[in-house]
Design a protein around this ligand. Sequence first.
Ligand code: URP
Ligand code: ZN
Ligand code: ZN
Length: 460
Amino acid sequence: MALLIRNGQIVTSNDSYRADIYCEAETITQIGSQLAAPPGATVVDAAGKYVFPGFIDPHVHIHLPFMGTHAKDTYETASRAAIVGGTTTLIEMICPSRSDEPLAAFDLWKARGVGHSACDFTFHMGVTRFDALAESQLREIVKAGLSSFKVFLAYRGAFGVDDAELYHTMRLAKELGVIVTAHCENADLVSERCKMLLSQGKTGPEWHEPSRPEYVEAEGVHHLMSFAAAHGTHCYIVHTSCEPAVREALLARAKGAKVWIETLIQYLTLDKTHAELPDFEGSKFVMSPPLRDKRNQAFLWDNLANGNISTLATDHAPFDFKGQKEMGRGDFTKIPNGIPSLEDRVNVFFTEGVKTGRIDINRFVDAASTQAAKLFGLYPRKGAIQLGSDADLVIYDPNYKGTISVKNQLMAVDYNPFEGRQISGRPSVVVVRGQIAARDGKFTGDPIRGQYLKREPSHF
Ligand code: URP
Ligand code: ZN
Ligand code: ZN
């Protein structure tokens, strides 16, 4: 099995040049000009197109039991949606409930993916309870190939940990060389504000943002940074939505903390007015941290462009409007939190970032692929176009024009938050480990070829 990609403009996180790429089996084996195709090789003409390393989404939910229901996608649907949109590797959050054993959760989440995924995948291990038994199982899980934990400061009573548990999770992570990814919102502030708003009859989705304002998230980041400082633990703050939260992380970084920052395509392109839409439509835009006042977007774009914010993810968490979001009619605290976007992240980011000049094209690749590979132990197998790297490649047509709609999507959810949005750019061919898996918005690959990726801890 051989594949030759001719005449493309190769763009990586730090380079841009015209060359051919030759892939044998699953790997890039030659990069050069006028490479010859042996008989039987598949040849793709990429003239006029970019060739990017496969994109990586470092924050995805697929199997997600949450708020009395389940997220809608399966690996079958999510991985095809990812690939069609240019994402060839995803990192899913394992989110056990507090009563679940970590090892059983690890096995369950892995079983959902292995043999069911079209794209490659790995996990962040949710630490939702910390005691002696959990600790011994977390040690086993790290040995079995996971090198990142996830903690929730929010969702007390579901996934959230208390401060003692946070302290010991940070200790263990430091000892094992594991990076801790964290959802930062102060759970007590959220719960008190929810009670207050509901008691005032403020029950619609538009009250979700006021129930967890920007300071709630900023306090969460500050809180996390204090616990990270106790052990010198490396941290990654997921889904930062607003300037005060990012500033807290940057302040901690300036004082020496090893901290990296993620934002989401939703925060860059949607805002809290979406959650204020009438007829309960706003529920489609309820997630945590919430969509914010639009004035945050310029700050997020600038800090993404200059690298202060490392990565651009989705926090893909698909709940249908019918029957799921509707569970929160009359009480916004019961609306399942999450906004799907796995399929559209790259195209919306390219359109709103690269095409508008907000972000340089190399930094676009860095934020949507390379940084995640580097932070989570996948580089240079993923996130790079180098000899020996996996042949995960996106041949991208910057001249494509189209409109996002639920009618065309592969994500298994009954709405699209970007409905009607124009995009300028789309993958024309997506290659997963040397095999063509999508062409022009259609999945054409092997639905179960995706591999579970083991990762080594870094011993920071
Ligand atoms: O609202 C969100 N973000 N839902 C998914 C769970 C989480 O907090 O990441
Ligand atoms: Zn979260
Ligand atoms: Zn999440």
